[in-house]
Design a protein around this ligand. Structure first.
Ligand code: F0G
Length: 354
């Protein structure tokens, strides 16, 4: 990924590139979402679950870890709701650097926790939430030999801009609207920086409106105040005091975008819908923009941002940020379907419903 967009990234000839083949994810057209929006609009999904550790974090991590290696850092450290830690652990392993991840105890989806252990990170669970973990990491990161690889590290944001570059390269221009989940708010900030940089370079003629969706129980930016005890089924975005609050809000304002909320029920319904109607299985946080798109198209709901204002033929991109297998407990399996039947044709036909 760094090789493809080198001219836009903070790397030099002497930077040792640490890569696992991230980026280059598909931009998948969703005709069924297009139908829901109507007015000849096209909806595309940027499927970031297909990165090496199955989330968008790998784009920022390849740059952050390459730069940390260049500086000779001995230890990478991050706070995480799960995906950053999975990605940091993998890239640290690849670079041969120690990795410490500070996580809210009992709040990490099982697939992500498995990844941190599998890649050999030192996992430290704290009796607190993500926001508490980030406060600790900010303090520890002041040490010379430590490199913080949260998105407060500008190298992370720089790497994540590449998703916007890829979208413009695929569509031939920026989309009209870009929807994504909003947690620590680094990704929305990165996309906006990427779209702007690409336009400055003459690669795009237009800029999208940036629309961020928070979970209703973890919606500090939407509410305009810190949420002390954020709660949502979408554990990736269970954040009450986002680090990139200011730049993300600025991006929303400058792009004439919006921030809205979706409930846990809407998130889970959108996750199920996307898996069963389009064959794309994403983790709950990643379903937030899909839930948001559906909400905004439902005129009866009186949303904060009405897609009734969307011009005919608009192109809408939703970033689906992480793979559904990250959080297997949430999707679950239907227990009736899992009940064993006799091992013969008749029993199987009966079980199918004949
Ligand atoms: N979607 C997923 C799957 C995430 O893991 C995150 C953030 C977001 C969306 C929100 O992105 O923070 O840039 O606004 N996960 C971080 C983590 C906080 O620690 O893995 P954001």
């Amino acid at each position: 990924m760094i090789a493809r967009y080198r001219e836009f990234l903070p790397v030099s000839e002497s930077t040792p590139i640490v890569s696992l083949g991230e980026g280059g994810t598909p931009l998948i057209c969703s005709p069924r979402l297009g139908e829901i929006v109507g007015r000849d609009c096209e909806v595309y999904l940027k499927y970031e679950g297909l990165n090496p550790t199955c989330s968008f974090k790998d784009r920022g991590m390849t740059v952050a870890v390459s730069k940390a290696a260049e500086r000779g850092a001995s230890t990478l450290i991050c706070a995480s709701t799960g995906n950053t830690s999975a990605s940091a652990a993998a890239y640290a392993a690849r670079a041969g650097i120690r990795c410490v991840v500070v996580l809210p105890a009992g709040k990490i989806a099982s697939g992500k926790l498995v990844q941190a252990f599998a890649y050999g990170a030192k996992v430290i669970a704290i009796e607190g939430n993500f926001d508490d973990a980030l406060v600790i990491v900010r303090k520890l990161g002041g040490r010379d030999d430590f490199a913080i690889v949260n998105s407060i590290n500008p190298d992370r944001i720089a790497g994540q801009m590449t998703a916007a570059f890829e979208i413009v390269d695929d569509l031939g221009d920026a989309p009209d609207f870009h929807l994504l989940p909003l947690g620590n708010a680094g990704n929305l900030t990165a996309y906006w920086a990427g779209y702007r940089q690409y336009r400055r370079a003459g690669k795009a003629a237009t800029l999208p409106a940036m629309i961020g969706f928070q979970a209703a129980g973890a919606a500090p930016i939407f509410l305009g105040r810190i949420v002390e005890n954020p709660e949502t089924v979408a554990s990736a975005i269970r954040i009450g005091n986002p680090a990139s609050w200011k730049p993300a809000s600025q991006a929303v304002e400058d792009s004439k975008g919006a921030v809205d909320i979706v409930t846990d029920a809407e998130i889970l319904a959108a996750q199920h819908w996307l898996a069963t109607k389009e064959g794309i299985f994403v983790e709950p946080a990643s379903a937030a923009p899909i839930a948001g798109l559906m909400k905004c198209c439902d005129a009866a709901r009186g949303p904060a941002y009405s897609f009734a204002q969307i011009p005919e033929g608009s192109r809408i991109v939703c970033t689906v940020t992480g793979h559904g297998l990250k959080d297997p407990e949430i999707a679950g399996t239907d227990s009736d379907d899992m009940k064993a039947v006799a091992a013969n044709e008749e029993a199987v036909l009966r079980a199918i419903g004949f």
